[in-house]
Ligand binder design. Structure first.
Ligand code: PLP
Length: 400
């Protein structure tokens, strides 16, 4: 409710569209995770690709959660806000020499998922410790695009190459202190997560200097029905696994959720610019598009949409669409909404994860602002909207 009232006030005083986040919503999720998975047996990392706004990151790292970064730029953002290097895990795909050099020289935890990158480390950084990313074969996700394990996944060292990885490391005195495997993103059932965990715990017996097993992120968020993800199930499976495998308490279990922590914290607020009767459908056209929020376009994802200007009276079936010059720019098809008119405000809910983080300048449009309602109820700008200057700043003028 507070979100909606704040959104209305902001929209009357500032430009739309904008993202609006709730600190309390993030803290609720942090607490749920921390209660279930306390130190020192567990370590929680936040996969910052879900939402890398520095103010959001500060809330999360302020609670003792570490960072899972997947690009040098993410590392630099994490470092700029003061994250301890021992709490930063670098887990990028297709590691370049430069990325490996950066991680090693900054003494970060480095997760490596290919034999050739291990060979490079063996040549240049004998003595370093690494985490080995494994493709356990068990993958799942809300869309094929976000399955990160299994036969068709590009990530990790395949099980049949693990021995080779161990050999190369041993020969170069590189110790493998952690193993890592991430099934994919957004499965609502914990079954695959647990199946993967079993394989990883079994696999851990091959390693002699292990200090952690990282089971990745991927905890699903139920955008449609609001069911909460079954953390208890994962927790009890972890306990059973610890007991049955005899893994000592000196080996911690690492979890690295992204979406789980931030999805529900954010809303994208947009203004209706057009309501029209098409040939077959009624359309609500917004002042935003998939350049600001891509999940519906990319994954056909379902997000709750409400008219926060008027929510009474007769309802109609609408297609809710964006303003980009591409017909796939659709947020929802055949959604029942209150009678909507030009100038109304629309809230697209649960856009805190993979929202702004996946935004672009397609159509040369600027990215929107982001605001945060903090725990005391104050609302602050946490990223300004872009302007044309931001867009043209990389242009080269005066080619000869
Ligand atoms: C994306 C990613 C995550 C987070 O996934 P969520 O579905 O947002 O929890 C965690 N670990 C790795 C390695 C990832 O690539």
């Amino acid at each position: 409710m507070e979100i909606i009232r704040t959104a209305q006030i902001l929209a009357n005083n500032t430009e739309t569209p904008f993202y609006l986040y709730s600190e309390i919503a993030i803290k609720e999720k942090i607490n749920l995770l921390r209660e279930r998975f306390p130190n020192p047996l567990y370590e929680i990392l936040y996969a910052m690709k879900a939402n890398s706004n520095p103010e959001i990151l500060k809330i999360i790292i302020g609670s003792g959660i570490g960072i899972d970064a997947c690009s040098i730029e993410e590392l630099q953002i994490a470092q700029l806000i003061g994250t301890d290097s021992n709490k930063i895990y670098y887990n990028a795909d297709c590691l370049t020499d430069k990325e490996i050099d950066y991680a090693v020289s900054n003494k970060l935890n480095l997760v490596v998922g290919s034999i050739d990158a291990i060979e490079f480390l063996a040549q240049r950084y004998s003595g370093y410790s690494i985490h080995l990313r494994v493709n356990s074969g068990v993958g799942s996700g809300h869309s094929d695009s976000v399955v990160t394990n299994g036969e068709l996944s590009k990530f990790g060292v395949s099980l049949y190459e693990i021995d080779k990885a161990i050999e190369i490391c041993a020969a170069a005195s590189i110790s493998i202190t952690g193993i890592h495997s991430h099934i994919g993103s957004g499965d609502l059932s914990p079954d695959s997560y647990i199946a993967n965990a079993k394989i990883m715990v079994e696999l851990s017996k091959k390693f002699t200097s292990l200090k952690s097993i990282n089971f990745g992120g991927g905890f699903g968020f139920d955008y449609k029905n609001g069911q909460s993800f079954d953390l208890d199930n994962i927790f009890s499976s972890f306990n059973q696994l610890r007991e049955s495998s005899g893994i000592g308490n000196d080996v911690k279990f690492i979890l690295e959720p992204g979406r789980y922590l931030v999805a529900s914290s954010g809303s994208l607020i947009a203004r209706v610019c057009s309501v029209k009767n098409g040939i077959m459908r009624k359309y609500i056209g917004l002042d935003t598009g998939f350049n600001h929020f891509a999940r519906c376009f990319l994954y056909n994802a379902w997000h709750e949409i409400v008219n926060i200007t008027s929510n009474e009276g007769p309802t109609y079936l609408y297609d809710v669409v964006g303003n980009l010059c591409q017909s796939g720019d659709v947020f929802a098809r055949q959604r029942m909404l209150a009678k909507t008119k030009r100038g109304d405000l629309i809230c697209i809910k649960d856009t805190g994860a993979y929202g702004y983080a996946m935004s672009s300048n397609f159509n040369s449009r600027c990215r929107p602002a982001e605001y945060l309602i903090d725990s005391t109820g104050n609302t602050q700008l946490i990223r300004r909207a872009e302007s044309i200057e931001d867009i043209i700043t990389t242009h080269i003028q005066g080619r000869k």
